[in-house]
Design a protein around this ligand. Structure first.
Ligand code: F6R
Length: 607
């Protein structure tokens, strides 16, 4: 979704703004722009399309003069992607400029009100009303005006505001959309996330809802909407700068696939001590854990697919009913949730609007929420009752890989921790599972070391029109992820089907040469899925299997990628890797923009 960056200091702001916007590209966008105060006026440069266009227009920011400025990458919501709808937006006289992430829900009423007062709008965006309102209410004090305008806005926003009148100030505000403040030496920054400013500083404030930051060259003051000063602790960002860069790989996605063994190890290791799973993050007592009669998992996209895997694992290992819910459905269906239901919320960014609102809905109904989040200090992490961080490091590719794998790792930890308390996992089984869990990163490495076969299979199928994924039980949950990964980055139509369900309709789509990827790892149902493979082969499908290396006979049925055999609970972490690689290689062969697939955003902060 949209990205914001801002600079105030003594250096030329343009090159930094362009660089910061480049770091935010991964969030997804369709236009980009900057506005600088050049000492006498606000100058805006903006353009539809890739950042490259803006870079050329401004020679990487070097032709822009001024030491204070704001920049933005826009992911269109109100109004098509175009030069005029791109941010920053100026007020009518050009005295105020605004960048905005989020949605102003009552913008239409505000626009009508201002239009009736004779103010002319240039764009179709909701954001422009903010710039126009600031000018309309401005009586000489920008802070007072911004506070007044905030009182008129409904919806979510992170805002950066500069003005011609106040050349030594950036005002930044946050409500429901992420925004951080970076603190430097004689220079300060705003950004949607730390990657944009890591090259300059690691010391940050995370703005919370309704906090207003006033940035000057020499300091930052944070106030609330009553103008009381808010004293905040600074945070030091531990992320390695190189972790947020490609490090010699062609794409972030590939780099992040390759980082999975480390990411899984970083997530698991600190939580295993002497063969026991320690989850200090969960503040529930064993008695409270025993009171739950259902687990409710809420997430979107790939994080939801982790939830579907978790449903199979928890039900089998904890003998407790589990529902995995799409956040966007959960929040509007009057869900039956109370204090006997434990809610687990899964989100890489911790800012996904639907997931966050669904979490609040569950909390309102009395449910205790444990979140599994990657971005430290994000809204979901802060607002959930307990947070278990995945230590995947920054994930830049829009298509998630290492975040998915670390979320799965946390699911295993929770299964073991709860299973021990509930007495559903006996001690021998517990010890064996913990031991295997610790070996998991090495098993993932084994698969990554043998990726050539997957590359070869991708070269056979990259021209396909449709590709189907089938599986049963956890393999079905995984096929959902395999199919999403493929379609989002390669634009090949794909569907995932529970293998037993195929013949109830979708099998009619199978014709001569249709590729079908069959997951054949779930020991108990191998016979069943083999029958389903025969059904599609008979109708002309070209099948590729993912199977465990203790079943070499699967290679007689179809071309097969083998993964090391581990216990059922941990297999998803291995089986997903060939699926990620397959999607990656197919998209690469098709020449797709892998890290920034069309229409997609990394952090979906609108519902
Ligand atoms: C797919 C993908 C998305 C996200 C989804 C949720 O590769 O990355 O489907 O999983 O948008 O995002 P988070 O986890 O940030 O809540």
């Amino acid at each position: 979704m949209c990205g914001i960056v801002g600079y105030i200091g003594y250096e030329q702001a343009g090159p930094f703004l362009l660089d910061g916007l480049e770091k935010l590209e991964y969030r997804g966008y369709d236009s980009a722009g900057v506005c600088l105060n050049n000492g006498s006026e606000l100058v805006v440069k903006k353009a539809k399309g890739k950042l490259e266009v803006l870079k050329k227009m401004t020679e990487n920011g070097s032709t822009l003069s001024g030491t204070v400025g704001i920049g933005h990458t826009r992911w269109a919501t109100h109004g098509e992607p175009s030069d005029v709808n791109a941010h920053p937006h100026l007020s009518e006289s050009g005295r105020f400029a605004v960048v905005h992430n989020g949605i102003i829900e009552n913008y239409q009423q505000l626009k009508e009100y201002l239009t009736a007062k004779g103010i002319e709008f240039r764009s179709m965006t909701d954001t422009e009303v903010i710039a126009q309102l600031i000018e309309y209410y401005y009586k000489g004090n920008l802070i007072d005006t911004v506070i007044k305008v905030l009182g008129k806005l409904e919806g979510s926003y992170a805002l950066g505001v500069i003005s011609k009148e106040n050349p030594d100030e950036i005002i930044a505000v946050r409500k429901e959309s992420p925004l951080i403040i970076g603190l430097g030496e004689n220079e300060n920054f705003i950004a949607s996330d730390v990657t944009a400013i890591l090259s300059k500083t690691r010391t940050i404030y995370r703005l919370e809802n309704n906090e207003i930051a006033i940035l000057n060259r020499d300091g930052v003051k944070i106030i609330n909407t009553d103008k009381d000063e808010v004293i905040k602790q600074t945070e030091t960002v531990e992320w390695d700068v190189s972790a947020a860069e490609k490090g010699g790989y062609e794409h972030f996605m590939f780099k992040e696939i390759m980082e999975q063994p480390k990411a899984i190890r970083d997530t698991i290791s600190p939580r295993i001590n002497n063969g026991r799973v320690i989850l200090d993050e969960i503040k529930l007592t064993p008695e409270e854990i025993k009171q739950f009669n259902r687990i409710n998992i809420i997430a979107c996209g790939s994080a939801y697919h982790v939830g579907v895997v978790a449903k199979y694992i928890f039900e089998k290992m904890l003998r407790i009913p589990v529902e995995a819910d799409l956040a966007s459905e959960f929040r509007y269906r009057d869900p039956i949730i109370n204090d006997k239901v434990l809610t687990i919320v899964i989100s890489q960014s911790g800012e996904t609007a639907d997931t966050k609102e669904a979490m609040k809905e569950a909390q309102r109904r009395g449910s205790h929420v444990i979140s599994i989040v990657n971005v430290v200090g994000s809204a979901i992490a802060i607002e959930s009752d307990d947070v278990i961080y995945t230590w995947a490091g920054p994930e830049t590719s829009v298509a998630t890989t290492k975040a998915y794998s670390t979320q799965l790792a946390v699911i295993y930890l929770i299964a073991l921790y709860f299973g021990d308390i509930l007495g559903t996992i006996v001690s021998d089984e517990y010890s064996a599972l913990v031991e295997k869990l610790e070996q998991l990163p090495d098993k993932v490495t084994e698969i990554l070391d043998n990726k050539e076969k997957i590359q070869y299979l991708a070269s056979k199928y990259f021209n396909s029109k449709d590709i189907f994924f089938i599986g049963r039980n956890i393999d079905y949950a995984l096929s959902l992820e395999g199919s999403l990964k493929l379609k989002e980055i390669s634009y090949i139509h794909s569907e995932a089907y529970a293998a037993g369900e195929l013949k109830h309709g979708t099998i009619s789509l199978i014709e001569q040469g249709t590729p079908v990827i069959a997951l054949v790892t779930h020991e108990e149902l191998i016979g069943k899925i083999v029958s389903n493979i025969e059904e599609v082969k008979t109708r002309g499908a070209e099948v590729m299997c993912i199977a465990c290396d203790d079943h070499p006979e699967i290679a007689n049925i179809a071309q097969t990628v083998f993964i090391p055999k581990v216990c059922d609970m941990l297999l998803p972490s291995l089986a997903v890797v060939p699926l990620q690689l397959f999607a990656y290689y197919v998209a690469s062969l098709k020449g797709c923009d892998i890290d920034k697939p069309r229409n997609l955003a990394k952090s979906v902060t609108v519902e």
